[in-house]
Design a protein around this ligand. Sequence first.
Ligand SMILES: [Zn+2]
Length: 440
Amino acid sequence: MDKSTLKAKICETIDQYKDEIISIGQDIYDHPELGYKEFYATNLISNKFKELGLSVKDHIAVTGCRGSINQDKNGPKIAVLGEMDAIMCHEHKDADKETGAIHACGHHIQSAAMMGVAIGLIRSGAIDSLDGKIDFFAVPAEEFVELEYRSQLKDAGKIKYFGGKQELISNGEFDDVSMAMMIHSLDLEKENKKALIGPVGNGFVGKKVQFIGKESHAGGAPEKGVNALNAAMLAINNIHAQRETFTEAERVRVHPIITKGGDIVNVVPADVRMESYVRARTINGMLDANTKVNRALRAGAMAVGANIKINEIPGYLPLLQNDPLDTLFKNNIQSFISEEEIFEGGDFTGSFDFGDVSHIIPTLHPMIGGISGDLHTRDFKVSDDELAYIISAKAMAMTIVDLLFDHAKEANNILSNFKPVLTKEEYLKLLEGIDRTIEE
Ligand SMILES: [Zn+2]
């Protein structure tokens, strides 16, 4: 069978099972779970993997699973990823009434599209004509939230890192993967576009900060206290005073919040807590901005004579793109949408943990429409099932055919021209360097 017949067969199969693919997404949407708590979604996907005859490994990082096929083939291994975690947005009409969890970042779509790729390749029989291995990953915890819960998991030895993909790189799940792909949803309706191909994004360092002062009667004897809230407010202003030193190219974003401002109003605050990200476009930019932010935080504490504890948490690395993978994907998605409907590039000052993967192996991370409303807001909704789920699945599956057809010529070509920014060892060393506590 030639390549185009193979692709046509896969697309036919995906169409045939369209309702099943969309219902997987709907099922995950109806059961939103935050990171490292995706037990329902993992179980659902794991069972589907087994139905498809994949060999399955469960609980790859607290939750999550991976299904493997074609393991006896010699060629490279492609990983297709689908994230599973929800966010919190109490204002969304479909949010879980208790937890506020809601799929307002479209991760349920990713998981369903990933299953769509598996269904298309396997049920069409096309998988036998491909000269390489494929692993499907249901990935936990993309959103960097609930830092307390994740600290507990870390203290209990259940995870080393807060991000799902960091954890999977660290625990060896990516060791045998040659390249990885996934889609992410994005509202492109206002621009009259349907896909964005080749995005880059910021990386970040996560921070938990505690200003430690001394309590005293706020009315009777404020002179006997050390006001930790004043330290925090000065620190925030000190951070603002750094902003003119951040270069345009680095796209630095620092956005602290105070998570605890005091205990009761008539006591001088002695324990004030803050969380922040320090984001930038390059690893050096992140580390440089982080040094300045630490200086600003410490100066705030010093000014009032408070102590400070800065807990630094490895966030995500900047998202890098790979031209040859983007080109293959673009050619394939043009079977369904026009060139004018494609936005090439994309500059994101937010962060994706897929960025970490992109520093080690070639990666593909297009953003696909079919949703309306901004990510992480009450307005998020799926507006076009066909584009969000089905075209995403088809374009990824077709790209896999391009990569693994004919002795995996294309995949091997990309791999031989790829120079990773970091080896896994360098990557883990970098993360360990960021993972620290400063106390003074
Ligand atoms: Zn997301």
